[in-house]
Design a protein around this ligand. Structure first.
Ligand SMILES: CC(C)(COP(=O)(O)OP(=O)(O)OC[C@H]1O[C@@H](n2cnc3c(N)ncnc32)[C@H](O)[C@@H]1OP(=O)(O)O)[C@@H](O)C(=O)NCCC(=O)NCCS
Length: 175
């Protein structure tokens, strides 16, 4: 298991089976799914399967979404982090992508930005990736604002799974 990352308010660590209950609370909420496929989960087994899949990504690629935990209370509030994507999206394949998702009551407190900054720093300086990409539904204004706060730049719009998506990138300045 990789060492956790600490930020001012957050602890970022690999996901555990014991995160399932809170993660299901997040993913069964239709508001969370408005811009991410519109298919809220209906059974916690789906969350267990998702966690196992992510843990396999840690083994296969050395990275994947991590749990975001409030340092003050130890509470799981969502996930964030760098996923290695092997299928083709917007003419890219085998690339590192940043993403985030939080339990609704924890929105609007800057946690996506705070965790995102730490993951970009980690990806550039520890994993040493040459670029990080992201995509979001064109209408997901909150997500687009976060990507811009993280220093990613808009590149183009494209169609994916019957939605118009926007593509962003940031290059590692050290390369
Ligand atoms: C999109 C999502 C991750 C946003 O999370 P978030 O934590 O609210 O995002 P941010 O980090 O940008 O924080 C939002 C606001 O908190 C405010 N804030 C409050 N306290 C803050 C603090 N101490 N530090 C920084 N910002 C703070 C910020 O001002 C910011 O508002 P602004 O952008 O209007 O200035 C969240 O809404 C979510 O999980 N949505 C569902 C899943 C989803 O759509 N994921 C993205 C798919 S591409």
């Amino acid at each position: 298991m990789k060492d956790p990352i600490e930020t001012e308010r957050l602890l970022l660590r690999e996901l555990l089976e014991s995160d399932a209950e809170k993660m299901f609370e997040m993913d069964s909420n239709p508001n969370v799914h408005i811009f991410v496929g519109k298919k809220p989960l209906t059974h916690i087994d789906e969350t267990h399967e998702h966690i196992r899949l992510i843990q396999q990504q840690y083994k296969d690629f050395g990275t994947g979404r991590w749990a975001v935990v409030l340092k003050e209370t130890g509470e799981f509030i969502g996930w964030s982090g760098i996923k290695f994507i092997t299928n083709e999206i917007n003419n890219h394949k085998d690339f590192y992508e940043i993403g985030y998702r939080f339990i609704e009551k924890h929105w609007g407190k800057g946690y996506a930005t705070e965790s995102g900054k730490a993951f970009i720093n980690h990806a550039f300086n520890i994993i040493k990736v040459d670029a990080i990409y992201a995509y979001a539904d064109a209408g997901n204004e909150n997500s687009r604002k976060i990507l811009e706060k993280l220093g990613l730049q808009y590149v183009n719009s494209f169609e994916y799974e019957e939605e118009t998506e926007v593509w962003y990138e940031i290059k590692n300045p050290k390369f």
